[in-house]
Design a protein around this ligand. Structure first.
Ligand SMILES: C[C@H](O)[C@@H](O)[C@@H](O)C(=O)CO
Ligand SMILES: [Mn+2]
Length: 603
């Protein structure tokens, strides 16, 4: 595979307008001078620098650079120093604050009272100078003032001289910061709908209120005729197109063709289809993020793009009834590599399912990896599998499986050909090797679109490797309730080849398959696999690498989106401290009440 050095295009490095949000660290201190304050200066500042170093080492922005922390110039012992920190943070683009303290301090005099930042406090678990007493008082001050805050309190008492960050504190710092950055990265960016409603799917009707009030995002729209215009008038980088086309011919192999004789397309027609779909990929990307090359060609407006951090393509049916499907475009953009080398995946939803697109965006920002877009197609009970294949489901699959199968495209990372510690994974692009990208390409075949796509095109055919921890999720909107999130952590499984073939051929075998098994808990919706499928809110889900249910729950609480269904253990649930006041016996009910009481983040 060619490296990015061979890229012919000259895109600006930045996909969107603006800088990535920074994390402000606030070392808060007991303001009494003449002994107490002086004795705490060093240990308090150390806590701040340690948190900053830890986060900078652990977390990355989606472009692969290390996250940036800004530490207040002085410890904060009173209101003037709090105001000075805020001034500094405003200038430095801080959108997330973490207050740290090993001692008692004066909560309302030192707190971050900016209503727009996302806030956490780490109160040191020591008893000489009680950081935890401060934490409780500060947290209650936030709650009284309607400013939700995440409390971080280490499990074990630490020595005052111990400057390490305990593991449980580390986990909470990461969970909070990842989610807070996701909230603030999507702010002011666009979701671009290319086309509108696909086949009467309600979630492909843009709900502007959701985007604006819950996510702080804008909605941008282009008709699919804009893609046609750019195809006809050659509004794309023709040099890049030639390069991309040659790369595609070399790396994207054609797969099986199950079309009936009279639905066959000639070699000449197929060749034309390939040319069109490569151009479509360039055009959709340019629509999202712009391309300075277009300005050189005299299309200055097109060169700007739509500042889109996510997009969706309607496809069916207005486009696919006469043009090649968007499958190649969606699959390659959603992958972590293309002809320009290994790069951040683009978030592009099939059938313009805007709510699944947003879920993919969440998954991407929490993991920095590509996301699989999938139809939640079929629940296969052990009995039904036995009946049609004559074989028993075994191992992790023994309780039944869910067939995740998008109607044509999915990110090639979904093949599971990348590895972490020798196991299948979907990784941030900067951890993916050239060999792994090549393996993903090798594990994928491009099959001629099936007969209800009269305009042709090529779908992505692969089967995800088993043994990958994944989380499926989606947002639904319910009148009278608003947006809700549901998720299920589980594993991909691989079936024996003959069993897979029988099940796969019963549906559309030219599409990308992921066999999914949720973690069962023995109660509620997670008592069995059937109930997980039965309670899914719509026809699609986003598949993320890893068990990220805890992170998704934290993120949803920041956005005041309640979580209707999940299989995350209680000790991994991390929400603002105020949520406890809405009830601790039933965490889900408390979440609904808290989200309703606070309402969307952007009023
Ligand atoms: C091919 C069909 O029209 C599919 O597109 C359909 O099953 C869906 O994917 C609906 O989301
Ligand atoms: Mn679908």
């Amino acid at each position: 595979m060619e490296t990015s050095m061979e890229s012919l295009i000259n895109q600006s490095d930045k996909r969107w307008v603006g800088e990535f949000p920074r994390i402000g660290i606030r070392p808060v201190i007991d303001g009494r001078q003449g002994g107490i304050r002086e004795s705490l200066e060093e240990v308090t500042m150390n806590m701040a620098t340690n948190v900053a170093t830890f986060l900078q080492e652990q977390l990355h922005y989606p472009d692969g650079t290390a996250v940036e922390c800004v530490i207040a110039d002085t410890t904060i012992g009173g209101v003037v120093e709090a105001a000075q920190a805020r001034e500094k943070f405003k200038k430095e683009g801080v959108a997330v604050t973490i207050t740290v303290s090993p001692s008692w301090c004066y909560p309302t005099e030192t707190m971050d009272q900016d209503p727009h930042t996302l806030k956490a406090i780490w109160g040191f678990n020591g008893t000489e100078r009680p950081g935890a007493v401060y934490l409780a008082a500060a947290s209650s001050a936030h709650n009284q003032k309607g400013l939700p805050v995440f409390n971080i309190y280490g499990h074990d008492v630490q020595e005052m001289t111990d400057s390490s960050i305990p593991e449980d504190v580390q986990e909470k710092l990461l969970q909070f910061t990842k989610s807070a950055l996701a909230v603030t990265i999507i702010r002011d960016k666009s979701y671009l709908s290319i086309g509108s409603v696909s086949m009467g799917i309600a979630s492909s009707m843009v709900n502007e209120e959701f985007f604006q009030r819950y996510l702080g995002m804008r909605n941008e729209y282009v008709d699919m005729s804009e893609v046609m215009r750019r195809l006809q008038l050659e509004i794309y980088d023709t040099e890049e197109y030639e390069f991309a086309y040659a790369w595609v011919k070399k790396h994207c192999k054609e797969g099986k063709n199950g079309l009936l004789p009279d639905a066959q397309r000639s070699e000449e027609q197929k060749e034309k289809d390939w040319r069109t779909i490569v151009k479509m990929a360039l055009i959709a990307r340019d629509l999202m993020i712009g391309n300075p090359k277009l300005a050189e060609k005299g299309f200055g407006e097109a060169a700007l793009g739509h500042n889109a951090i996510a997009a969706g393509f309607q496809g069916q049916r207005a486009w696919t009834d006469f043009m090649p499907t968007g499958d190649f475009m969606e699959a390659i953009l959603s992958s972590s590599f293309d002809w320009n080398g290994i790069r951040e995946p683009f978030i592009m939803a099939t059938e313009n399912d805007t709510l699944n697109g947003v879920t993919m965006l969440f998954g991407h920002l929490l993991t920095n990896a590509a996301q699989i877009f999938a139809d939640v197609r079929t629940y296969w009970s052990p009995e039904a599998v036995k009946r049609v294949t004559g074989k028993e489901l075994t191992g992790v699959a023994a309780n039944g499986i869910i067939h995740l199968l998008n109607s044509g495209p999915a990110a090639l990372d979904g093949t599971g050909q990348q590895e972490k510690d020798g196991k299948p994974a979907m990784k941030p692009f900067w951890e993916i090797t050239e060999q792994e990208a090549q393996k993903c390409l090798d594990a994928t075949e491009w099959c001629q679109a099936v007969d209800f796509f009269p305009g042709g095109g090529f779908s992505t055919d692969y089967t995800t490797r088993g043994g990958m921890p994944v989380t499926i999720a989606r947002i639904n909107i319910v009148e009278g309730l608003g947006p809700v999130l549901q998720l299920a952590e589980g594993y991909t499984v691989e079936l024996e080849e003959d069993m897979h073939d029988v099940l796969d051929k019963r549906t559309d075998s030219t599409w990308p398959t992921t066999w999914f098994v949720p973690k069962l808990t023995g109660h509620g919706v997670f008592k069995d696999v059937y109930s997980v499928m039965y309670n899914w809110g719509s026809n699609h889900c986003a598949v993320s690498y890893g068990h990220i249910g805890g992170d998704l729950i934290t993120l949803a609480s920041m956005l005041r989106i309640p979580v209707s269904m999940h299989n995350v253990e209680d000790n991994r649930i991390f929400r603002p401290s105020a949520w406890s006041a809405f009830g601790v016996g039933d965490l889900t009910g408390a979440d609904y009440r808290a989200c309703e009481a606070y309402g969307p983040l952007y009023k």
